[in-house]
Design a protein around this ligand. Structure first.
Ligand code: SF4
Length: 356
């Protein structure tokens, strides 16, 4: 690879064709927030959320001073709520200690992995660290003609080393953003636009005609399916939500329920919330996909058993009643919204009531 030519051409292309994104040119806080949002969210989805977030929390101090409830509410719609909780915790550390000055300092913040650390350090602080995500892996694998399985650690390590060796040391932020833009707009996963590529004559995959087959990835494991039951307990215009310490929805207000393991749903609800309920027989099914797991949910309507109090909920769980009319504004996870919608839109044909 003619690295000087690669740097020269790609940087010139970037400076003429950079995407107009709202976080470009922002301070370190703005860059960091954008990188966290973009970890699992596409640019077009993240953009309106980013603009609202920056209007509500314009500085790291404003974010640090906000309540977790408010942070999660403003994150609603982006999913993967652990990102918001980590962002909040990290903002408190930065507000107290100042911005990290090294890559290791960035990595020490909650929720900051190798990519986010390199992006923040290079784009906002001019430090010479290459960002390596799926887009960059694809571009580097094609440019280098690397046919290794990118699902294997050895291949990823080799590609990351190459990305670092190619980094333009005097313009690391522009370089990283140029690689991101090339991967997003030209060297796309399917049908790369090699005719429009500024570095086409340097590309090994294009020379070999293998650009459509790289990067190579062995078939991924299918997501694990999990059968669960959740209860929509209604009482006087309110819905019962619970917040527990473990699982994919840890710390989120969601419907009580759990895996189908032979325990009745009523017993699970009572254990989690302390409220005695009886399922009504009205059921629906809902499916929600996480990155490595799929929940197939049986959603059951339930009512409070009148005149009987339940046993106290375990101290690890919190429960609260939320008015139907307030649910839309609550920071509840998508899996819960999917379950609520499934029951709400289901035709009302009740089945015989199972035992509570
Ligand atoms: Fe990607 Fe084609 Fe450019 Fe190579 S020539 S980097 S495959 S767009």
């Amino acid at each position: 690879m003619d690295v000087p030519a690669l740097r020269r051409r790609l940087l010139a292309w970037y400076r003429a064709n950079a995407r107009d994104l709202p976080w470009r040119g922002r301070d370190v806080y703005g860059v960091w927030v954008s990188e966290v949002m973009l970890q699992q969210t596409r640019v077009d989805v993240a953009t309106p959320h980013y603009l609202r977030w920056m209007a509500r929390f314009p500085t790291v101090q404003a974010l640090a001073a906000a309540s977790e409830e408010e942070v999660l509410r403003n994150w609603a719609g982006l999913g993967y709520y652990s990102r918001a909780r980590n962002l909040h915790a990290a903002a408190k550390m930065v507000a107290r200690d100042g911005w990290p000055a090294t890559l290791a300092g960035w990595r020490a913040l909650p929720g900051v992995g190798a990519y986010t650390a390199a992006a923040a350090a290079s784009i906002a602080q001019g430090q010479p660290h290459a960002c390596v995500d799926g887009n960059v892996v694809r571009v580097v694998a094609r440019l280098a003609g690397d046919g290794g399985d990118v699902g294997k650690a050895a291949t990823r390590t080799r590609i990351a080393a190459r990305a670092q060796a190619w980094l333009a040391p005097r313009s690391p932020g522009d370089w990283n953003q140029a690689m991101m833009d090339l991967g997003a707009t030209v060297c796309t996963p399917r049908a790369p636009r090699c005719d429009a590529c500024p570095v086409a004559t340097l590309c090994a995959a294009r020379a070999a005609g293998t650009q459509g087959r790289l990067p190579r990835k062995a078939r991924a494991k299918p997501p694990v399916a999990e059968e669960r039951a959740v209860a929509v307990v209604r009482h006087r215009g309110k819905v019962l939500l619970v917040r527990g310490p473990r699982g994919l929805l840890a710390g989120m207000w969601s419907l009580p329920g759990g895996p189908l393991d032979g325990t009745s749903l009523a017993a699970i609800v009572q254990h989690q919330t302390g409220v005695r309920v009886r399922t009504s027989g009205e059921t629906a099914t809902a499916v929600h996909h996480f990155s490595h797991r799929t929940w197939r949910m049986t959603v059951q309507a339930a009512r409070v058993v009148p005149g009987r109090t339940g046993t106290p909920a375990p101290p690890t769980h919190e429960a609260r009643w939320v008015a139907d009319t307030d649910l839309a504004a609550e920071a509840i996870p998508t899996a819960t919204r999917v379950a609520l919608a499934a029951l709400a839109t289901k035709p009302k044909t009740a089945r015989p009531s199972p035992k509570p």
